[in-house]
Design a protein around this ligand. Structure first.
Ligand code: M6R
Length: 614
């Protein structure tokens, strides 16, 4: 939540900062701002409510000259979205400007103390407290900006990634992080900083991921320096970025979400590359084989995640239980962290997070580690916090997901969970080589089968017109299709703002059936699996109450075809692989309904891609 960008070098900072904000807009888009020190030594701060484009319009006639600056795109936590609550915030004397991603939990106490000292505040934010505190320390102790930032951060409880500049010293940016991400890019005679690498990638591929409680001292003409809060220097570990610019652009599609839906054949190929080998006969997951004792001896696996990743986690439960015969529990990370969990060193905790930065998932990992469990991460963003916090793990390798609604990350997560389950099953001997090879072979065909499924696009586009103005939707599925129903409902509600509920199909008769009437469409995920006959009953129950049914069925289905109002046929795959296929039409359906309603599918209201606050 919130994105920060910074630049120091010889080029026009404004252009680089604005471009960076556009790249980070997925992290928050209710207001944006920029602070630049002009060649005349002015600290020019411009802020505007709404998207980055509003800020650009606002800045049109302003003085944007300068070769050092910081910028911010906001997802409001403290104080409503408004010009004055937008970042950067600046100090009373106008010397210091600061941008912040995170939350200062003890801001009220700090604010009270600063008010006693005569400070005045102009916003409702927690962030302004931090910049006033830095200024107060700077003036009281007559110290450098670095020392003032160090001292101020010692007072802070909460999460932060910050960047600070000052008018009187236009040759340095001080940046720091704790629990919110921060990357520094090292170019030729210039340096960049950002919440993730996407604003940096077109200028340099040399990056340093700043660690918790480290402060980056970025000075013109000097190498990057990292210090801790006690001013002790830390090692600089320069990494090479592997992201290409084309992955960050829409590539001819109207929206990132549509591009990401259509990318899935390729992203799934990347996800399985080098992992399902020898024509499917072997499944190699290094994180599992390197820790085989942990998995073989696990008494229990607990999967923690949020949102879409939690739906993937539910599928992980079915996969691991079916293939490895290990009991699996699935927990919302936000509940797990406060549930006084019982864990032992015989437990394996799997944390799933596309962004690798979700605050609740990170907190759950820390608790699990403290209690002695082995923690395995499944993430997409290389170098993000979760892969660094976990003992081991697997990247899904689906490339940057920019659309706020998760699509290709979900199928990547499910694919990785499938491969992890097969790898554990091989180690434990709970599946035969033949069974593994049979599934492995189909896995290698999944990208093609997803391509085939995407041919439903036009049919779904047409179908979406019929349901654009439905006010509620019910999604039903059983077994492996139940998490798919949850995910389909989440996709629809987050981008079209239509109320949608996912349910295990058999639960319908215990309550939701009361909702069914001619106005309530039901999406039923009914591939040809061992629960097919059961779900046929649910279709009948909905039809008997005049509800309309959109059914996702396996090619060649006749029974449901004769009952449902609309059928979307998908290729046949073994039951455990159906979620990757059946989730595709649901992604498209939610996309087109949202488009018909004129919604911004890539940046739905109130949401942000990376949830780094509680
Ligand atoms: O980055 P994470 O996978 O940890 O994010 C978890 C959720 O915030 C995320 O999946 C969210 O539910 C998506 N917007 C769903 O499309």
């Amino acid at each position: 939540m919130c994105g920060i960008v910074g630049y120091i070098g010889n080029n026009n900072a404004y252009d680089i900062l604005i471009k960076g904000l556009h790249r980070l807009e997925y992290r928050g888009y209710d207001s944006a701002g920029v602070a630049i020190v002009s060649p005349e030594g002015q600290l020019n701060v411009y802020k505007s409510m709404g998207k980055v484009s509003n800020l650009e319009a606002y800045c049109k006639d302003k003085n944007k000259e300068g070769v050092i600056g910081i910028a911010h795109t906001r997802w409001a936590t403290h104080g409503e979205p408004s010009d004055c609550n937008a970042h950067p915030h600046f100090s009373e004397d106008g010397n210091i400007a600061l941008v912040h991603n995170g939350t200062i939990e003890n801001y009220k106490v700090l604010k009270e103390a600063l008010l006693q000292h005569g400070c005045r505040f102009h916003s409702d934010t927690d962030t302004e407290v931090l910049v006033q505190l830095i200024e107060y320390i700077r003036l009281t102790n007559n110290c450098s900006l670095l020392d003032a930032v160090r001292e101020a951060l010692k007072e802070v409880v909460g999460a932060y990634a910050i960047a600070v500049i000052e008018k009187n010293n236009p040759d340095q940016i001080i940046a720091a992080r704790k629990s919110s991400p921060l990357v520094v890019g090292i170019g030729e005679d210039e340096m960049f900083l950002a919440s993730d690498a996407t604003p940096i990638v077109e200028y340099t591929d040399n990056v340093v991921y700043v660690k918790d409680e480290e402060i980056a001292v970025i000075r013109r003409g000097e190498p990057l320096k990292l210090v801790n809060l006690e001013n002790q220097e830390a090692e600089i570990d320069v990494k090479k970025l592997k992201v290409s610019i084309s992955e960050l652009e829409k590539g001819g599609y109207d929206h990132f979400m549509l591009k990401e839906i259509f990318e899935q054949p390729r992203t799934l190929t990347d996800c399985i590359r080098g992992r399902v080998v020898e024509d499917g006969r072997r499944v190699l997951i290094n994180g599992v084989s390197d820790n085989k004792e942990k998995f073989i001896n696990a008494h229990r696996i607990i999967i923690v995640a949020c949102g879409t990743s939690w739906h993937a986690a539910l599928l992980g439960k079915y996969l691991i239980q079916d293939m490895c015969r290990i009991p699996v529990e699935v927990e919302y990370a936000s509940e797990f962290r406060y549930s006084n969990p019982v864990l032992t060193s015989n437990d394996v905790v799997i944390a799933i997070s596309q962004s690798g930065e979700t605050a609740d998932t990170l907190a759950a990992i820390q608790i699990a580690k403290k209690m002695g469990a082995f923690v395995y991460g499944i993430s997409n963003v290389v170098g993000s916090s979760i892969p660094r916090e976990t003992h081991s793990g697997t990247y899904i390798h689906v490339g940057p997901e920019i659309g706020v609604a998760s699509t290709k990350a979900f199928t990547g997560q499910v694919m990785v969970l499938t491969m992890v389950a097969l790898a554990i099953a091989e180690l434990k001997g709970t599946m035969t080589q033949e069974q593994i090879a049979e599934l492995g072979k189909v896995i290698t065909k999944i990208p093609d089968l997803v391509s085939q499924t995407l041919k439903l696009n036009d049919k779904i586009k047409h179908l979406s017109l019929i349901y654009t103005y439905a006010r509620n939707f019910l999604y039903l599925g059983r077994g492996y299709s139940y998490p798919v129903a949850l995910e389909g409902a989440l996709k629809l509600k987050e981008i079209s703002y239509i109320h949608a509920e996912g349910y295990p199909a058999a639960e319908m008769k215990h309550g939701p059936i009361a909702l069914i009437d001619a106005e309530m469409p039901t999406v039923i995920i009914a591939p040809n699996d061992h629960l097919y006959e059961k779900i046929v009953n649910n279709v009948q129950q909905v039809k008997a109450r005049h509800g309309s049914v959109i059914a996702i069925v396996t090619e060649g289905d006749t029974e449901i075809r004769n009952m449902a109002d609309h059928v979307l046929e998908v290729p046949e795959v073994p039951e455990c692989l159906t979620p990757i296929i059946t989730s595709i039409p649901l992604q498209l359906l939610s996309y087109y309904i949202a488009i018909n309603k004129g919604k911004n599918v890539d940046m739905p209201r109130n949401l942000a891609k990376s949830v780094t606050v509680e």
